[in-house]
Design a binder for this molecule. Structure first.
Ligand SMILES: Cc1ncc(COP(=O)(O)O)c(C=O)c1O
Length: 313
């Protein structure tokens, strides 16, 4: 069975989903996207799509910023996603990439007076960061873009040039990931992850005003820490040197899951091993996203109806 895409209002084999070379979004980064995980539960032979409604709510907000008509309601986008995943028939973890984009084939930098379209792709995604071993980071020489430049609260494709510059700089200088500071020097986030600090019995994470993407995994962690571990999260600005003195640091993101940071700028974080709070949160989180914790099943949308379970492995 070939992988499918939802493209131009229909399900087509991925190989047939092509855009023209004049497509506005290709030239000017005028699109917003999401990354949604489908997590395979082997015992139940089920793929659970995690917090899919929240992802589409964020996408709708991004579309408002970019003046994109998303064409579909949040409910319709959810239904299309379930159909696409079911049709594709994976029996393993998947990554779903919806994209709402300026589809006019025209030259000219603007947002208004253009056509829009919406597509969805489903694929597998190799481990993004090493969540078992931990991640070695550097502070990036690139600053996180400000809300007055490209709004960070939208998952806007053009903004990812900022992330790509930081990620490549980190990798090419021997690190796994970058930590970006904002324009006034406070810690913002990773190239594709939010960041948390453990200080004693407190969790700290930068607020939206420090130009972060308001991550869905970030929100999941805040809720799990409060309800399951009795740990409150403080949303507050963090100085660069606090990166060096925290007991534990970890990243959160749909692609990155919860990834412990074990070293920053050649300084070990804590004792340089995965911390206790990070480990506990990882355990809880992986249970929840695979639909194994009944308390959080409302976050998990099953992709397969019980009767139709196709196979791709
Ligand atoms: C820049 C950036 N920050 C944070 C995140 C984490 O967001 P989420 O947990 O919703 O995936 C992502 C990934 O989507 C991202 O690209």
């Amino acid at each position: 069975m070939p992988p499918y895409a939802f493209f131009k209002k229909q399900f087509v084999p991925l190989a047939e989903a092509k855009v023209g070379i004049l497509t506005h979004a290709l030239h000017y980064g005028t699109a917003c996207f999401e990354g949604i995980r489908g997590n395979w539960n082997e015992e139940q032979k089920q793929l659970f799509l995690f917090r899919v409604k929240d992802h589409y709510e964020r996408m709708h907000k991004g579309c408002r910023i970019l003046k994109i008509d998303p064409h579909y309601t949040i409910g319709e986008m959810m239904e299309l996603t379930v159909k696409l995943v079911e049709k594709s028939g994976y029996h393993e973890d998947v990554y779903i990439r919806p994209l709402a984009y300026k589809s006019s084939e025209v030259i000219g930098v603007k947002l208004h007076g253009l056509e829009d379209d919406f597509l969805i792709i489903v694929a597998t995604l190799p481990a993004y960061l090493d969540a078992d071993k931990g991640v070695r980071c550097r502070t990036s020489s690139w600053r996180r873009v400000d809300d007055t430049m490209i709004p960070a609260r939208g998952k806007i494709t053009g903004i990812y040039v900022n992330s790509a510059l930081a990620k490549t700089e980190a990798n090419e200088t021997g690190f796994d990931e970058a930590i970006l500071l904002n324009h006034d020097g406070h810690v913002s986030e990773g190239s594709g992850e939010n960041i948390f600090f453990v200080l004693g019995n407190r969790l700290i994470t930068p607020p939206s005003s420090d130009n972060i993407l308001m991550g869905i995994t970030r929100d999941t962690v805040i809720q799990l820490a409060r309800s399951e571990l009795g740990i409150q999260t403080m949303e507050m600005s963090v100085d660069r040197t606090e990166l060096y003195t925290a007991d534990e640091v970890f990243f959160t993101g749909t692609a990155a899951h919860i990834s412990p940071v074990i070293e920053i700028d050649h300084r070990p974080v804590g004792d340089g091993k995965i911390g206790k709070v990070t480990g506990e949160l990882q355990r809880l989180y992986f249970e929840v996203i695979k639909g194994k914790n009944p308390k959080y099943l409302n976050w998990c949308t099953p992709a397969y109806s019980k009767l139709v379970q196709s196979k791709r492995s």
